[in-house]
Design a protein around this ligand. Structure first.
Ligand code: APR
Length: 242
């Protein structure tokens, strides 16, 4: 029987960018151990203190654009898989960094938004934004002042591209979750969604087993820069397991 080569849905989380020098959220010393998410990652926090929230994302945007942060071999391996298997691969990331893009991935959906974009609270236009964002900035589309916010999905808001993602999950032959703790829905529920149909292979590649680890047919434990290139090589050589 010919090896199955797709379709594949790959979900990534902060763990894939850890070895590029970006913090995760819930590991020891992670972002939510440094600052309360209620203060900087909710609409209520933004309404309460927009300057504080803008400063939190300005720091992370400056960090991301620093010259020491670059894609690692895990990002590069996923880009190679897409190059070899074309439109069979959809990468869904929870991350707001641009390391998948910089590694060459194009079939990519940022379900939690993007740190290098700003959105107007008045007209909802989205702009590429690579400098500090402040309460005095003006939206180029509608001219409103002080209404621009990071184009990031906060807790309590609806993630982006959900219809497209659910459709891809319902058609995939392989679902992989890489470097995510499986604590935040709806992303944490994707593996259960795939298992319901019963015929797709599911694999979790993680440093520590995520909350939904027991739902995956295959668990590969280790650092993403070790596990992801090896897993991609196996896929390219032997097709999808099972
Ligand atoms: N290689 C692989 N996995 C790693 C590595 C590594 N080098 N380092 C850490 N990990 C794993 C951890 O074991 C953990 O399972 O990455 C995961 C990071 O989990 P979180 O910090 O919870 O990040 P994530 O799952 O992406 O969070 C989901 O929560 O706060 C929101 O919007 C935010 O998108 C984020 C969402």
């Amino acid at each position: 029987m010919a090896a199955r080569t797709g379709p594949i849905v790959i979900l990534t989380g902060a763990g894939i960018s850890k070895e590029s020098g970006l913090d995760t959220f819930r590991c020891e010393g992670g972002i939510w151990h440094q600052v309360r998410l209620e203060d900087v990652a909710t609409p209520e926090g933004f309404a309460r203190d927009p300057t504080r929230v803008q400063a939190f994302y300005n720091d992370r945007r400056r960090g991301l654009l620093g010259d020491t942060i670059r894609p690692n071999t895990a990002h590069e391996a996923l880009a190679r898989l897409e190059r070899d298997w074309g439109d069979q691969v959809l990468l869904v990331t929870q991350n707001i960094d641009d390391l998948h893009e910089r590694a060459g991935s194009e079939s990519l959906l940022h379900m939690h938004g993007e740190l290098l974009k700003a959105r107007c609270g008045h007209c909802h236009a989205v702009h590429v934004w690579r400098t500090d964002l402040g309460t005095g900035d003006v939206c180029e589309a509608c001219g409103a002042e002080g209404r621009l916010r990071p184009h990031v999905v906060w807790f309590g808001e609806i993630p982006l591209y959900m219809e497209q993602i659910m459709d891809a999950l319902n058609r995939c032959a392989l679902f992989m979750a890489i470097g995510t703790s499986g604590t935040v829905y709806p992303a944490a529920g994707f593996v259960a969604e795939v298992r319901e149909r019963g015929w797709a292979h599911t694999a979790e590649l993680n440093m520590e087993p995520g909350h939904g680890a027991s739902l995956f047919a295959e668990i590969v434990q280790g650092a993403a820069t070790q596990t992801v290139p090896a897993y991609v090589e196996r896929l390219l050589a032997d097709g999808i397991p099972g």
